[in-house]
Write a new protein. Structure first.
Length: 277
């Protein structure tokens, strides 16, 4: 019973989750203009750090044992956990950026994917943009499902259904999944991005989840690079990663890592988010 209770937060705790979510969103928004050809991933990481610290928070990624960066930046065949450094972005690169902030002991976690413009290779850019769009839309399909779900596993069903309906034949990473979020960046329950037989815990007020589909253009098989962090596709095909932290409360759901609570994107699904009182 103790583990089960820990999944659900009090109204006051949900309110405390709002600011770290907004700080995380601000960091990702601040770095967007810097994701251009010629920029290094370290320069992009520095913008996120300055934004988070400037808001009185700290990077929760830097609190992970053995990791000293504010973001994970994954390029092309790298899907997640790429380490920022001296890599210079090239025209046409598909870049996934994962970021989080901890504020007064509470956490936010979010990820975006950006395709660097390349007018000389419109077909490549279009293919990569399509991968990003399908991944992002599958995230919103999962969030929308949460609004009426009875069990957490219904999220993965919605994510997989959306990806399959794209007709692109994309793969979904199986070894990397979403999670609960709160006092720690990674808490229970596990949030699968695909259908599972065990639908898991009940969805009810107090549940906070980080939903994060990781989708690849080809086969879902991955490997961990020699840096012991970066996860890349075995077949060298592109990957995309989108993520939001979402709270379930008495009034409905609220996307903590979107300033509008997800209103613009959820409107496409007929879902109206309700601000946490």
């Amino acid at each position: 019973m103790g583990l089960r209770r820990s999944l659900y937060k009090t109204p006051a705790q949900l309110r405390a989750m709002v600011e770290p979510g907004l700080i995380t969103a601000a960091a990702l928004q601040a770095l967007r203009p810097a994701v251009v050809a010629g920029a290094t991933t370290a320069e992009i990481d520095a913008i996120a750090y300055e934004t988070i610290v400037g808001r009185g928070a700290e990077s929760n990624f830097q609190l992970v044992r053995g990791y000293r960066h504010t973001t994970c930046i994954s390029v092309n065949e790298q899907v997640v956990h790429g380490i920022p450094g001296e890599r210079v972005l090239q025209p046409g690169d598909i870049v996934s950026i994962d970021c989080g902030a901890q504020f007064k002991g509470w956490n936010g976690d979010s990820a975006i994917t950006i395709v660097v413009p390349d007018p000389s290779r419109p077909e490549l850019v279009a293919a990569r943009q399509r991968l990003s769009e399908v991944t992002e839309d599958s995230l919103w399909a999962g969030i929308a499902a949460l609004a009426s779900a009875h069990r957490v596993g219904e999220i993965g069903d919605a994510v997989q259904t959306h990806i399959e309906s794209s007709g692109e034949g994309y793969g979904i990473l199986r070894d990397y999944v979403g999670h609960g979020i709160g006092r720690k960046m990674h808490e229970g329950p596990t949030v699968f991005n695909y259908r599972v037989a065990d639908l898991g815990p009940e969805v009810r007020p107090g549940l906070c989840l980080a939903i994060e589909p990781m989708v690849v253009a080809g086969d879902e098989a991955t490997l961990v690079e020699d840096d012991d962090w970066t996860v890349s596709t075995v077949d060298g095909r592109d990957g995309s990663h989108w993520e939001h932290s979402v709270a379930v409360h008495d009034g409905g759901i609220w996307v903590l890592t979107e300033p509008d609570g997800g209103a613009a994107k959820l409107a496409e699904f007929g879902v109206v988010p309700v601000e946490i009182a």
